[in-house]
Design a protein. Structure first.
Ligand code: NAP
Length: 321
């Protein structure tokens, strides 16, 4: 089968299109004929091997040669212990080990897969799993009228966070590079801040919820931007800050009832189904920046590595059977 192959960490030119044997599903796995795979910030990190947490399980080289964690496709075969899916079913989801999706076929346990709603294309469905599930968890408990700030809102996952926060009735401030301001307003932000122009963490007692997709500030700084009772959730960012937030976050701002935490998003079919229901109902939509064919996966990685994407970059895989 054709597959995108990444043998080492580096810039987008380390990946190439090659041939690998078609995977054979184990007893507890399904074989998916991939129709589309979307890229996330985590795929950019897994390509570069930075931040350091992206090397967990593969210190010197990627633990699995094929990148890509979010897929949509058609079940081609099932292992003998799989009862819930059958060949021909249209499915989508995040792959258990976060890799393997940028290929014509991938074998994976079915626990994280959901049935693709008929009204969604494979490209749309592939754009949902990781970013939709992050946004679903990051906005749980947001109430009408809350002031929500999304830091790093212009990339793969931000549009879902902004969209869900707006759906819940929040006033949303979105932060990203200044030239993405029009895009941020287009996806529903009430206010857009360019990170080169203004530091949102200087705003005192302003936000009920901060969702930080690209954290690089100390927990003792970010808590000041929260209102009493507010929550700061670090989703991604620098390893040093991740550790500092894990260790010192609970103490930062605790006296004012503020909570500063790392948000660990579980891989969950229930969450995927919940956020997809909201997509099908029209409450929120995946924002697709560009679609590339598998043969141009390198260009897709260049796009996310450059930060020029506004929303999700998706790689389409032509049916091979
Ligand atoms: N917590 C969990 O359980 C969990 C699970 C899965 C994934 N993750 C993590 O979640 C993150 C998801 O982010 P994503 O997919 O949306 O990433 P992304 O596509 O890389 O988006 C990040 C955005 O932040 C912008 N940015 C860069 N520097 C910034 C700054 N100083 N201030 C504000 N914005 C800045 C980038 O723009 P420019 O590049 O143009 O500057 C880009 O638009 C990843 O780090 C991933 O590893 C966490």
């Amino acid at each position: 089968m054709r597959a995108v192959i990444q043998e080492r960490y580096g810039s987008p030119d380390v990946i190439e299109l090659g041939e690998l044997p078609e995977p054979v599903p184990a007893d507890g796995e399904v074989l998916i004929e991939v129709r589309a795979a979307s890229l996330n910030g985590s795929d950019r990190e897994n390509l570069a091997g930075s931040p350091f947490y992206s090397r967990i399980g593969g210190l010197r080289r990627p633990r699995h040669p094929v990148p890509g964690s979010d897929v949509a496709g058609v079940v081609a075969a099932v292992g003998s212990a799989v009862g819930e899916f059958a060949p021909g079913d249209e499915v989508f989801g995040e792959l258990a080990g976060y890799r393997g999706g940028l290929a014509e076929y991938v074998a994976t346990p079915p626990a994280l897969l959901a049935r693709k709603p008929a009204g969604l294309s494979f490209v749309e469905a592939a754009a949902i799993p990781q970013s939709g599930c992050i946004a679903y968890r990051a906005t749980l408990g947001v109430r009408e009228g809350d002031a929500v700030l999304v830091n790093g809102a212009g990339g793969a996952g931000g549009a879902f966070v902004v969209g869900l926060a707006k759906h819940l009735g929040a006033e949303v401030t979105a932060v990203d590079r200044a030239d993405k301001a029009d895009y941020l307003r287009l996806i529903g932000a009430d206010e857009a801040i360019g990170y080169e122009d203004e530091d949102w963490a200087d705003h005192r007692d302003r936000y009920d919820r901060v969702v930080d997709l690209i954290g690089h500030r100390s927990p003792f700084r970010v808590h000041r931007a929260l209102r009493p009772g507010g929550r700061y959730l670090m989703v991604g960012g620098r390893t040093r800050i991740l550790l500092a937030t894990l260790l010192a976050g609970p103490a930062a701002g605790a006296r004012a009832g503020k909570r500063v935490r790392v948000l660990a998003v579980p891989q969950s079919r229930a969450d995927l189904e919940a956020v997809t229901e909201l997509v099908v109902a029209g409450a929120v939509a995946p924002v697709i920046d560009r679609v590339y064919p598998l043969a141009e996966a390198g260009a897709a990685f260049e796009r996310i590595a450059s930060g020029r994407n506004r929303g999700k970059v998706v790689v389409e895989v032509p049916g091979s059977r």
